[in-house]
Design a protein around this ligand. Structure first.
Ligand code: FE2
Length: 379
């Protein structure tokens, strides 16, 4: 399964994706193959990478990772869990680990890994929104091992998800109306943890020792085709605005003239002011703390610029839909992408749409900023 572009009428707003490049990684002993494909995002502003595993690789991974003994809880000792998962992945498929490592080194906006094994029948979708980690060993090892292959490690925020690293993205009946991954309302495009400082960027933030998560990673447990994952590369929306000479709005979005409310999932009523929405990064890319609901302008021009940006992301036709299959991994750079989930009607029957999500960041930053090497929680 490759990135699926949202169907739309062709028009002059979008550039065709022209350049793709493919590399094949082969296991010398078995001939198992892993294919890595790089291509431009729909608007040509950033890079997307697909890694697909053939059946032989999937079988090797199922043997070495799925059948490995032990039922460790990721949150109990994240370092041990991640390093062991990486070793299991290396045993199963050095080609896959090399492909993942190379993919991250290219600094793309997003990476998908497909063709990985999954447990059948799928584990039940938790009604209380808490992942039963002992029942989810294979998907969690895939997610943690793949991230660790790129020196990324999981962490949590103390005020969200009970301070746990592993988040069950699934509907919870008592949270149906919340603007969160447990809700069922339209989330609107956003970056997660938009109120926190953007990492590796020139952010005019008043200061907070804990950064916004640099990456978010998902493993698919139970996809639902009618409610796919949706995201967009920020650079595509900005390119669309530049083409229309909306530079004044872009400049305004870079000024510290916006309020950011703490996300509902943190359960804290707080608003931070004097923040920019668009922030240049050290790598030269643009990042954002855009949030359709939680960010507001502090004056008329800021409010207008925010409305223009909201219109641009709707009109630029660069949205990517990821229906996904069980076992698929998706990683994207949180400040360089926007994501959303449409409103839907959950059944609350244990079979609803279900992903596991982990916030990832560079191992050195997490270990210096988190409260405790083993807990990996930002206070
Ligand atoms: Fe989100």
């Amino acid at each position: 399964m490759s990135f699926t572009r949202k169907p739309h009428r062709q028009n002059s707003d979008t550039r065709a994706v022209s350049s793709t490049s493919t590399m094949i990684f082969t296991a010398p002993s078995t001939g198992a193959k892993v294919k890595m494909t790089e291509r431009a995002s729909p608007g040509g502003g950033d890079l997307l990478i697909n890694i697909s595993c053939d059946q032989r690789t999937a079988d090797d991974v199922a043997d070495a990772v799925g059948n490995a003994r032990g039922r460790e809880i990721y949150d109990d000792n994240p370092s041990a869990f991640e390093l062991k998962a990486l070793e299991q992945l290396k045993d199963a498929s050095p080609a896959l680990v090399r492909a993942i490592n190379l993919a991250f080194s290219r600094n793309p906006a997003a990476i998908r890994v497909t063709g990985l094994p999954s447990r059948q029948p799928p584990p039940a979708t938790p009604l209380d929104g808490v992942a039963a980690q002992d029942e989810l060993q294979l998907p969690l090892r895939l997610l943690a091992g793949a991230a660790r292959a790129a020196s990324l490690v999981g962490f949590a925020y103390a005020s969200e998800n009970g301070g746990r690293i592993v988040r069950a993205v699934c509907p919870v009946q008592t949270e149906a109306e919340t603007v969160s991954s447990h809700g069922a309302v339209d989330l609107g495009f956003h970056a997660d943890n938009a109120d926190l400082p953007v990492p590796d960027a020139f952010d005019l933030h008043p200061g907070d020792t804990k950064p916004m998560n640099a990456w978010q990673g998902f493993v698919t447990i139970t996809p639902r085709a009618r409610v796919p994952m949706r995201f967009m590369v920020l650079a595509d929306a900005i390119a669309w605005m530049r083409m229309r000479r909306w530079d004044e709005h872009i400049d305004r979005l870079m000024q510290p003239e916006f309020n950011a409310a703490k996300p509902a999932s943190h359960g804290i009523d707080a608003v931070l002011s004097n923040l920019p929405v668009l922030v240049p990064t050290r790598s030269g890319a643009m990042a954002s703390r855009y949030h359709a609901v939680n960010i507001t302008g502090m004056n008329r021009d800021a409010t207008l610029a925010l409305a223009a940006f909201g219109a641009a992301i709707e009109m630029c036709k660069a949205e990517l839909l990821v229906p996904g299959r069980a076992g698929d991994l998706l990683f994207y750079q949180n400040p360089r992408c926007l994501h959303r989930r449409q409103a839907f009607k959950p059944a609350y029957d244990g079979q609803d749409r279900f992903y596991l999500r982990v916030y990832f960041d560079d191992v050195a930053r997490v270990e210096s900023a988190a409260a405790g090497r083993h807990r990996r929680v930002y206070l």
